[in-house]
Design a protein around this ligand. Structure first.
Ligand SMILES: Nc1ncnc2c1ncn2[C@@H]1O[C@H](COP(=O)(O)OP(=O)(O)O)[C@@H](O)[C@H]1O
Ligand SMILES: O=C(O)C1=C[C@@H](OP(=O)(O)O)[C@@H](O)[C@H](O)C1
Ligand SMILES: [Mg+2]
Length: 190
């Protein structure tokens, strides 16, 4: 009987783009998936922050959300043109049709889907997300969730993330889904 392949024997065929709400774990899980597969990890927010030498909150405050969205689209297009990698996006990226088209052209989208209660538990004590700087951050998060879920549902693959799952367990679930879809395949000769 064939032995089970180690994760390191797998090859990534296309860039995997993690999409979903703030707090779903796109950044944390994306990094863990990349580590497990020994492929590069990119995060569109981090790319924008590094290029501007400012935090996302500072960019929103100084240049506004439309400026941020233009930068985000540029970064995503640039990273999709690179060799296959794991690319975590910010929660609003997939809402833009331009980005969805670019992603479906060369990459594969994975919706990291978490319940609103879990998202809230993860983001409520952080002040790094400018869209939640409102008098009613829970109400704002809930409204964004309602509006965005139908768009995230357009992603190629959905992976549910549950409260008791560790980052590594969720990453394992993502890798399993990628194997099922042939996005990661056995390395030739492995
Ligand atoms: N099992 C888990 N899966 C994903 N994230 C988790 C998990 N447990 C805790 N977290 C934490 O949730 C927070 C939000 O995760 P993050 O990756 O920043 O989400 P996103 O990039 O989708 O906004 C981080 O502090 C992360 O470490
Ligand atoms: O949902 C959004 O519109 C945003 C999500 C953030 O990224 P995370 O989803 O990684 O928190 C960041 O891009 C920005 O604050 C806007
Ligand atoms: Mg993130």
């Amino acid at each position: 009987m064939a032995e089970r392949l180690a994760v390191s024997d797998l090859r990534l065929r296309r860039t995997v783009v993690l999409v979903g709400m703030m707090g779903a774990g796109k950044t944390a899980v994306g990094r863990a998936v990349a580590t497990a597969l020994s492929v590069p990890f990119r995060d569109s927010d981090a790319e924008i922050e590094n290029a501007a030498n400012m935090s996302i909150a500072e960019i929103f405050a100084r240049d506004g959300e439309p400026f941020f969205r233009r930068k985000e689209a540029q970064v995503i297009a640039r990273l999709l043109a690179d060799t296959p990698a794991i690319l975590s996006t910010g929660g609003g990226a997939f809402l833009q049709e331009e980005n969805r088209r670019a992603i479906s052209g060369t990459g594969v989208s994975v919706w990291l889907n978490a319940d609103l209660s879990l998202l809230w538990a993860r983001v409520r004590h952080k002040d790094t997300r400018p869209l939640l700087r409102t008098p009613d951050p829970y109400g704002t998060l809930a409204a964004l969730y309602e509006a965005r879920v139908p768009v995230y549902a357009l992603a190629d693959i959905e992976v549910r993330t549950l409260p008791r799952m560790t980052i590594e367990q969720t990453a394992g679930k993502v890798i399993e889904a990628l194997r099922d879809r042939g996005v990661v395949t056995p390395e030739e000769g492995a």
